[in-house]
Design a binder for this molecule. Sequence first.
Ligand code: HEM
Length: 367
Amino acid sequence: MMRGLVSAIKALARDRVGAVASTGSGYRGGWRSWNNGRIGLSPTATPASPYGACLAYDEGVVSNVRISPNAYRRVVMGAGIMLAVIVMSGAAVRLTSSGLGCEDWPTCTEDSLAPEWSFHAWVEFGNRLFTGVVSAAVIAAVLAAHFRTPRDRRLVFLAGGLVLGVLAQILVGAAVVLLELTPVSVTAHFLISMLLLANAVVLYRASSTKDPTPTSTIAPLASLGHLALAAAVLVSGTVVTGTGPNSGDVRANRLPFDLGTVARLHSVIVWVFLAATVTLAVTLRGVPALQRTLQVLLTAVVVQGGIGYLQYFTGVPPLLVQLHVTGSIVVWCASVWLYLVSRGISVIEQSPHPSAPARLVSSGARP
Ligand code: HEM
């Protein structure tokens, strides 16, 4: 009886494989072209599994979707811009004292999802709604990485980091509201945003670089040290914010420091950072690929420092602080970009036409 059962199963399996094999000629091409021949079945593979049917379906639905490297870079740029905009809109929530405009989370109040009309509530709720746009932008970056031709798993991985970061920020944003804007939560919210921006810059760089092998134009410790100084400027700035009067709501508590002392500490770190940037600019003046980034960074640091002093001596007026936050985004993104470019030997622009050769557009090597 047992033997009869085994032969019945074998016969059933033969029938199933035969049915699937009949769909074979179609799906092989589709699967291969979608993956650009890198992953998946080999060209000679015989379809011998029930998954063949799914792959045949894939051919019809997704294999025609292709995204060029240039288009992908634009998607990443869009996601990066959205991440920068939400940092600015988050600052606007704080600087208009709308931090507790919605006192609950995820609904605005205990019994209502959206607020009644009130300026503070709608500034805060508008920022929450904008999270939806940011989420869509980072999800688009992951999906587009799947359909980019050629497909590169590094990009899928890096874009996935953006989605995880935005999910983390939704939870930290909830903590900010539920903990009534306690400075540590607001600081964490801001610094995670900066990590997300760094992730977006790395993704943008990776999506335009064929050879990601880092080859240093300066000592690795020097470039890392410069980036660490940029991070120290941001962290010390958040301590000044956590101590100062721009809390987001009068009910929020403040860090127990002296505002003048932490602002001086912040500005000393900025001076060290400026000195390090000037040293890099002098050391790397023979490397054409870095000149533009260094110019942008130096200008941004000087302008940002000026805004910093101006806002300090005028009692941190909201409009100047808003500009200062925007300047931080520029300084930070330029610093991350400088780090990446100074650690890579070349940037190869991938041709949008697969037949045309890749073009060497810059070289990090010393002339
Ligand atoms: C490269 C230059 C600079 C960068 C990148 C920078 C960055 C920052 C950052 C990230 C914050 C916190 C923003 C937030 O938490 O929302 C901040 C706050 C602040 N910074 Fe700077 N800063 C720079 C230069 C300066 C200078 C030279 C001063 C002069 C004292 C200064 C004064 C302040 C003050 C007073 C605050 C608190 C503003 C508030 O009330 O929110 N900054 N800065």
